[in-house]
Design a protein around this ligand. Structure first.
Ligand SMILES: NC(=O)C1=CN([C@@H]2O[C@H](COP(=O)(O)OP(=O)(O)OC[C@H]3O[C@@H](n4cnc5c(N)ncnc54)[C@H](O)[C@@H]3O)[C@@H](O)[C@H]2O)[C@@H](O)CC1
Ligand SMILES: Nc1ncnc2c1ncn2[C@@H]1O[C@H](COP(=O)(O)OP(=O)(O)O)[C@@H](O)[C@H]1O
Ligand SMILES: [K+]
Length: 480
């Protein structure tokens, strides 16, 4: 699991680490880690330009520049404000032979050390001009800690920011490297250890394939299980206009770990669903979780009927327009940005500019877990926990992908995962299934790829143990 911490948490952990290592020690450690990665990332014959800001972020890069020069690399410096550059760092870099230049133009590799976690979103003046040069000329950019100008805690963009290919970040991820419109600006992110202890701190989390062991026992049936103990997921989806949504939602539900799928809908639609998926049981009955809304009629009745059962519920699409004042059951709301905007009475662009704040607001407002779909799907629980999904591809922007996701999440809920786990595991596996298929694809392909993806997720630790054994064997045999 990847974890990201806020600026306040990082600053507090730095205070503690500085007692042991000293502030200089911390900065040297950050600089050392940076050098190691720059030596790998930057071709030996390229001259690097370091964009140096007024704080410790610039300091890290100046000490790194000095060490690069000692290793025979060529480094130029662009100082945002010469009078404010980290004095000891500047002395070290120039002492090692760095040249100060006025402009970054002409360089093909840049290190962005303008601002780090002290940054306010949005660059102005010369910093904005340098960010514009990066947009225009697209040099290879390595950002120190964060791309300068992003909202570090929330991933907001409030004006120009640096677009990086790689970000070397210290101690932990930062929320802005994972979510919001800012995340793509970080490029590939590498977290380097500088001795910060954040283990006990609540973090923004991101599940990975390797997290399967946390969920395996709650998903894979045991010898004692039967279809009802595995859970029944009920689907109320589709309408004459959107019959396909019923099929896709059912396909998603069938791909999950529950033991049975029930479908409730108009007789015509029920027949069609059972014709395509003979395992489905049509008609009302006992379920452990409901999925309501994909392609459904614009009416309050399906959600009201589901809520009357008092079991957990996934609420999607049209059902999002008929929410109760507050949920009394464990609920997972799965809007995209347009639907969340309508729920909150705002504009889609507002939600896209600050997805975290809007998802949080909805989670509080309706006392429900909110899964906000998008390139970086967010899951926010009622108690403020946040997970960000990083799997998936833009090919997922295809009709019906959300219907499959809702059905699959419903199956996880019926199996006994809570809405937060069900939503975040569903988003992860949905994205991994998309990566597995490759694209272009249709939503049904994702439903078909989900069982194998779920199996790999649950087997993950076994596969990793297998890999470790293999590495061990090769070592013993003297093979690479
Ligand atoms: N505290 C430490 O000793 C350590 C800090 N580290 C580095 O230090 C960085 C944080 O350093 P600082 O606290 O000095 O802050 P920064 O270097 O991030 O920013 C310096 C100053 O720039 C100004 N500024 C911020 N955003 C701006 C904007 N958009 N436009 C114009 N001016 C802006 C602010 O006045 C800010 O205090 C981390 O990101 C990391 O790179 C590492 O060396 C590890 C240890
Ligand atoms: N650019 C993108 N990159 C990654 N995933 C995306 C992208 N665009 C959409 N998705 C994902 O595709 C799915 C689309 O769902 P939704 O908007 O409900 O579509 P539909 O209503 O057609 O099913 C969501 O899981 C969303 O996170
Ligand atoms: K930076």
């Amino acid at each position: 699991m990847l974890t990201a911490h806020t600026v306040a948490q990082v600053r507090a952990a730095e205070e503690v680490a500085a007692v042991e290592q000293g502030w200089d020690g911390l900065m040297q450690r950050a600089a050392g880690a940076l050098v190691g990665h720059l030596l790998e990332l930057v071709p030996a014959d390229e001259t690097v330009v370091v964009l140096v800001g007024p704080g410790n972020n610039g300091g890290d890069a100046l000490f790194a520049a000095a060490r690069l020069l000692e290793r025979g690399r060529r480094v130029n410096l662009c100082l945002l404000d010469a009078s404010k550059a980290h004095p000891a760092g500047l002395a070290a870099a120039t002492g090692a032979g760095a040249q100060v230049v006025d402009r970054p133009e002409g360089h093909r590799v840049a290190v962005d050390a303008l601002f780090g976690i002290g940054a306010r979103p949005g660059l102005t003046g010369v910093a904005a001009e340098w960010a514009a040069w990066i947009e225009r000329e697209r040099p290879c950019v390595v950002a120190v800690d964060v791309p300068s100008g992003i909202g570090v805690d929330d991933g907001r963009l409030d004006g120009p920011a640096v677009r990086a290919d790689h970000t070397i970040t210290f101690g932990t991820m930062k929320p802005g490297l994972l979510l919001g419109p800012a995340a793509p600006l970080a490029g590939r992110v590498t977290v380097v250890d500088i001795g910060l202890d954040l283990a006990e701190q609540r973090a923004v989390e991101s599940l990975e394939l390797a997290d399967g062991h946390r969920f395996r026992d709650r998903m894979v049936p045991s010898a004692a299980d039967h279809k009802y103990s595995r859970g029944v997921v009920g689907v109320r989806a589709g309408s004459p206009e959107y019959a396909g949504a019923a099929h896709l939602c059912v396909a998603g539900a069938q791909a999950g770990p529950a033991g049975m799928v029930r479908f409730v809908g108009a007789p015509d639609l029920s027949h069609r669903v059972v014709d395509r998926a003979p395992e489905v049981v049509a008609g009302a009955g006992r379920v452990q979780a409901w999925v309501v809304g994909p392609g459904g009629e614009d009416s309050a009745e399906p959600l009201d009927a589901a809520l009357a059962d008092g079991v957990p519920v996934v609420v999607d699409a049209t059902a999002l327009g008929h929410l109760p004042d507050r949920f009394e059951v464990d609920a997972l709301l799965t809007p995209h940005a347009g639907e969340l905007a309508a729920m909150l009475g705002t504009e889609r662009a507002e939600v896209e500019a600050d997805p975290l704040a809007h998802a949080r607001r909805a989670a509080e407002r309706w006392s429900a877990t909110v899964l906000l779909k998008g390139p970086r799907t967010l899951v926010v629980s009622t108690d403020g926990r946040v997970r960000v999904n990083t799997s998936g591809t833009p090919w997922l922007g295809t009709a019906g992908a959300g219907d499959v996701l809702a059905g699959f999440a419903g199956s996880l809920l019926a199996r006994g995962l809570d809405a937060f786990d069900a939503g975040s595991v569903a988003a992860l596996l949905h994205g991994l299934a998309a990566e597995r298929v490759g694209g272009p694809f249709v939503a049904s392909d994702i439903a078909r790829a989900l069982p194998g993806t779920l199996r790999d997720f649950c087997d993950g630790s076994r596969l990793m143990r297998g890999a470790e054994d293999e590495i061990h064997r090769r070592r013993e045999e003297g093979r690479p």
